[in-house]
Design a protein around this ligand. Structure first.
Ligand code: ATP
Ligand code: MG
Ligand code: FE
Length: 341
């Protein structure tokens, strides 16, 4: 089965073509970062309009790259939530109309399911069951994953997401939007430990996270006497270390709790080099295998949505053909039904 996937939940327009027997054939991604940079964050209305502008040209490119025609498609999957309502509506409306026009089924996909399954696109994919650490711009969650659609929430952040903390901290120390990757780059030249930041909820004896206090501690450090521009790299390094300490410790605790030896890390923060280094070290000692998505599939993309839809269609899910749809700006992953087999 050849499945088209469409992603438009935030500020990336993505399309992917996944063949259930041959794997990912092609994908195309357009990031709106430059559009939103001047406002210091994503402007929802501008995001929606830009998805309208980019979706069809990207789809054409993607079909050409894969060497397939619309008539070859067997189904269309699209991100139905969570995300920005207007942005989601663009992808959903297009996907439903396109599928209806071609007489093939459409399937709403949960954006986080896409993130979570994205390591399955790599050459050495993880096998179920595993623990997933989902660290993105809007979510920080630990899940027990026993199959496609079988996600049990083990713990999550009670306030900011890890990626959000990276972005807000970056802003505080004067880095441009989107600050996460810039903060990580700055941290490479700094030394952790020069500043002392808290490790929030490290000893909370559960799998919950909290990152909003860290941002306040960073703000306090920048207001202290003796703060100079030269201190920024050291503070960035300490921030990255504090976040990594908590993520590594809780991910390992989740593995012990579930008696599992496979960890999957997904979402934009999963691209963080220092986090990967720390996780790999601790995991190696504990006999745990860690799987990451390819770097290009850490942040939002259409490939992961075509994969999630493809796996669901392959498991027997039918989708629908009536063109009716709703989007779900808020949609807990644990509420997702197992595919009907
Ligand atoms: P969600 O998937 O929860 O709706 P999102 O789609 O915005 O949120 P992603 O695209 O998965 O999130 O990830 C984006 C986040 O990842 C941003 O907060 C960004 O700062 C962060 N990020 C990207 N690269 C890095 C990095 N190297 N180090 C730390 N953070 C990073
Ligand atoms: Mg984004
Ligand atoms: Fe995302």
């Amino acid at each position: 089965m050849l499945i088209l996937g469409i992603e438009s939940s935030c500020d990336e327009t993505g399309v992917g073509l996944y063949d259930t027997s041959r794997g990912l054939l092609a994908h195309r991604l357009y990031s709106q970062i430059a559009l939103h940079a001047q406002y210091g964050g994503v402007v929802p209305e501008l995001a929606s309009r830009d998805h309208v502008r980019k979706l069809i040209p990207l789809l054409r490119e993607c079909l050409a790259a894969a060497g397939v025609a619309p008539a070859d498609l067997d189904g269309v999957g699209y991100t139905a939530g969570p995300g920005l309502a207007g942005a989601l509506l663009v992808g959903a409306a297009f996907a439903e109309a396109y599928a209806h026009g071609l007489g093939i089924p459409a399937l709403p996909v949960h954006h986080l399911e896409g993130h979570l399954l994205s390591p399955l696109l790599s050459a050495d994919p993880p096998r179920f069951p595993f623990v997933a650490l989902l660290v993105s711009g809007g979510h920080t969650q630990l899940m027990r994953v026993t199959g496609v659609g079988a996600y049990e929430l083990l713990g999550e952040t009670v306030d900011d997401a890890a990626g959000e903390a990276f972005d807000k901290t970056a802003k505080l120390i004067g880095l441009d939007y989107p600050g996460g990757p810039a903060l990580a780059a700055l941290a490479e030249g700094g030394q952790a430990g020069v500043f002392k930041l808290p490790r929030p909820m490290l000893h909370s004896h559960d799998l919950q996270f909290s990152f909003s206090g860290l941002k306040t501690a960073v703000l306090t450090a920048t207001k202290a006497p003796g703060w100079t521009e030269a201190s920024r790299a050291d503070l960035a390094a300490e921030f990255q270390e504090a976040v990594s300490d908590v993520l590594v410790s809780k991910a390992m605790a989740a593995l012990r709790q579930c008696a599992l030896k496979t960890l999957v890390v997904a979402g934009g923060v999963g691209a963080n080099r220092r986090l990967r280094e720390r996780l790999n070290l601790v995991a190696h000692r504990a006999g745990v295998r860690v799987h990451y998505p390819e770097l290009e599939f850490c942040s939002d993309n259409g490939a992961m949505i075509s994969l999630a839809a493809g796996l669901r269609f392959a498991a027997g899910e039918k989708g629908h053909r009536d063109g009716a749809f709703t989007v779900k700006p808020r949609w807990p992953l644990a509420e997702l039904a197992r595919p009907v087999v």
